[in-house]
Design a binder for this molecule. Structure first.
Ligand code: PLP
Length: 393
């Protein structure tokens, strides 16, 4: 059976090969430390779980509106008001099956064959694939390491053509952890307004910022930019709810309506129980969020210094999310590997540390390490990597 053309164009996940190999080694009894995780290692706060269970016991186990429960949309609107000072009407919000599916649905309703979406590199792996699945063309703008992996307004302007439909801004970023300042967002926003380019602002790591930095949404900068932006967010990373699959999109009413129509024929609605849990996530105490954030920041500070002391490793210090994205090109050279991909393979097979090669994020000189694991394991993993490099130099 011949598969559809659109599936053939999909790039297989680069993380998959490493994860499969790590699992295989573990099954053979090897003590592998995995630093590939893309999810917080904390439990979902208990009051959220309790609220979900209670909703089921009360019989809330049926379909909901395709765009989500009105009560949840109200909590999301309150969150925008409280955190960003932004007002969204219920008709401007759709609850989706995770932020990932929010993005997927958005590209499906936005793009015609050949429309371009500007994706700054390094990027989250799903952006290009989702754009391609919708018939669009990813256009890459290089976030240079010397500019903290961020793109400049000049680079953005240069990437725009008459086919450009949208640009993705992911701040804090997966995989680099970098954050755009309000001033930088203002300048990028001016370019978007001038050329009528829609801004897709992926703010899923909004709550995880460190070193006294502040997250700013580009939609906060001006009413014009709010009009021009679709915000994507969700509870996965902020409330340690990755498995619940609740995200949302907020912005232009017509786009949200089209997304809702599509959802009504694809997902019907996000899981009802998970929506009830998410109401509690926003309505209840936010204290656990700060505890999780502090734990991540502590790990980052401890591990960062140790990481950059490995010969051939340099690393821009992240300001958010829970990833480190060191440049290890020099370390690969020093240890005689032809590429960082080869270096990553050997790190796993010989040092028993699983990290993700940067090639999958459009940045082949780097690797991504997640610090969503215990400090004890992190320290052990970095010691192993250090030992591996010194031994092979
Ligand atoms: N956007 C970015 C940048 C991510 O890293 C992720 C998850 O890894 C998502 C979106 C998707 O989040 P969700 O679990 O809500 O689908």
């Amino acid at each position: 059976m011949q598969l559809a053309q659109r599936v053939k164009a999909l790039t297989p996940s680069t993380t998959l090969a490493i994860t499969a190999k790590a699992k295989e080694l573990k099954a053979q009894g090897h003590d592998v430390i995995g630093l590939g995780a893309g999810e917080p290692d904390f439990n979902t706060p208990q009051h959220i779980i309790d609220a979900a269970v209670k909703s089921m016991n009360e019989g809330h186990t049926k379909y909901t509106a395709s765009a989500g429960l009105p009560a949840l949309k109200k909590e999301i609107a309150n969150k925008f008001k409280k955190d960003q000072g932004l007002e969204y009407d219920a008709s401007e919000i759709i609850v989706t099956n995770g932020a990932k599916h929010g993005l997927y649905t958005l590209f499906q309703v936005l793009l015609n064959e050949g429309d371009e979406v500007i994706i700054p590199t390094p990027y989250w792996v799903s952006y290009p694939e989702q754009v391609k699945l919708a018939g669009g063309i990813p256009v890459y703008a290089e976030g240079r390491e010397e500019n903290d992996f961020k793109i400049t307004p000049e680079q953005l302007a240069k990437s725009i053509t008459d086919k450009t439909k949208a640009v993705i801004i992911n701040s804090p970023s997966n995989p680099t952890g970098m954050l755009y300042s309000a001033e930088e967002l203002k300048e990028l926003g001016e370019v978007c307004l001038k050329h009528s380019v829609l801004i897709i602002s992926d703010e899923i790591y909004e709550k995880l910022v460190y070193g006294g930095h502040q997250h700013t949404s580009i939609a906060e900068i001006s009413p014009e930019l709010k009009e021009q932006t679709i915000i994507i967010n969700g509870v996965s990373k902020s409330h340690s709810m990755t498995g619940w699959r609740i995200g949302y999109a907020a912005g232009n009413k017509n786009i949200i309506k089209a997304m809702t129509n599509l959802a009504s024929h694809s997902t019907s609605n996000p899981t009802t129980t998970a929506q009830y849990g998410s109401i509690a996530a926003y309505a209840g105490s936010q204290d656990t969020l700060e505890e999780m954030r502090e734990a991540f920041e502590h790990r980052l500070n401890v591990i960062y210094d140790k990481l950059i002391s490995i010969p051939g490793f340099t690393c821009v210090k992240p300001q958010g999310a829970f990833y480190l994205f060191p440049n290890v090109k020099k370390a690969a050279e020093l240890t005689g590997f032809e590429s960082v991909d080869e270096f990553v393979k050997a790190l796993l097979e010989e040092a028993m540390v699983a990290v993700i090669p940067g090639s999958g994020f459009g940045s082949p000189d780097n690797i991504r390490l997640s610090y969503a694991t215990s400090l004890e394991l992190l320290e052990k993993a970095v010691e192993r990597m250090h030992g591996f490099v010194e031994k092979n130099m």
